[in-house]
Design a protein around this ligand. Structure first.
Ligand code: SF4
Length: 283
């Protein structure tokens, strides 16, 4: 039976992107190919905030402190916190999902498979999870990805069957919410901006780009990135979203980012989990 290392599994409101406001189950897989230590820092500097958090002092994700710089889901990939993330069978994951769904079954809720980076190695296990009989009522799935991981041939073929199923009841709406990392993240451009990889996602579902923006410099980076994606033929929507894993930072630039979105004719994505739930773990 397949197993997946799960950082978090919780029920909340989707706060970002296309499904903003939709009740959703979040399945956060462990592991990421990036560190994104640049968020909230002056350009060229890296945050060491999470490095001062001692994993030995915490037994669950909900006890962990929030950070205002660097990756706000640091414990979902930092090996120092790996013991907080159990390796669960797909059966155990499904049972837990049934427990947290308000009616004990899928109705109008949506599944968000996030990370870390969920498309790293778990593509092999997802079909077992999604084909479980109790998952049959699930109709909408979003992969929240950083857009650097190619779909394996096998997983792409699997997704294709959902998209093209002859009977409507067996179709699933697949979305790739691609949070491509601009230089504000601290990750190098050549590793983070992978237009052809993201173009391929469009063959298997709806794909869109979602950039985290703090300044006009970030906006210029987003423009340059969008040009690169468009050049290879990517047609998806572009969202921009304010930086801010904590309320004080978010509140400083959400309005500005909304105004920039209007100026550019791009979509604005909020981070509803910040004003609603203070972006605490499990929200
Ligand atoms: S890609 Fe996402 S999860 Fe990975 S380090 Fe960057 S912000 Fe964190």
């Amino acid at each position: 039976m397949s197993k997946i290392k799960i950082a978090e599994l919780f029920y909340s409101i989707q706060g970002e992107g296309r499904y903003m406001g939709v009740p959703s189950v979040f399945l956060r897989t462990f592991g990421c190919n990036f560190k994104c230590a640049g968020f909230g820092m002056p350009r060229g500097e890296s945050s060491a905030e999470a490095e001062f958090i001692d994993p030995a002092k915490f037994r669950t994700y909900n006890e962990l402190p929030l950070v205002s710089t660097g990756c706000d889901s640091y414990a979902s990939w930092d090996p120092r916190f790996k013991d907080l993330s159990p390796m669960l069978t797909t059966d155990a994951i499904v049972e837990r999902i049934m427990e947290i769904l308000p009616h004990g079954e899928w109705r109008d809720e949506h599944l968000v498979i996030t990370g870390g980076e969920p498309l790293l190695g778990w593509q092999r296990q997802f079909p077992d999870l999604l084909d479980h009989p109790k998952m049959a009522g699930l109709k909408e799935i979003t992969f929240e990805t950083n857009g650097t991981q190619k779909l394996t041939e096998k997983f792409a073929g699997y997704l294709h069957t959902w998209k093209c199923h002859h009977y409507y009841d067996f179709r699933r709406e697949i979305t790739f919410s691609v949070s491509a990392k601009l230089p504000v993240s601290g990750e190098p451009w050549k590793d983070a901006i992978r237009p052809k990889t993201v173009l391929d996602y469009e063959d298997y579902g709806t794909a869109y780009l979602k950039f985290v923006i703090a300044t006009e410099e970030d906006l210029a980076d987003a423009e340059r990135a969008v040009e690169e994606y468009r050049k290879v033929g990517f047609t998806g929507h572009v969202y921009i979203m304010p930086i801010g894993g904590v309320e004080s930072v978010y509140a400083l630039n959400n309005r500005n980012v909304a105004l920039l979105a209007m100026r550019k004719g791009w979509r604005y994505s909020d981070r509803l989990q910040v004003p609603l739930f203070k972006n605490e773990w499990g929200t």
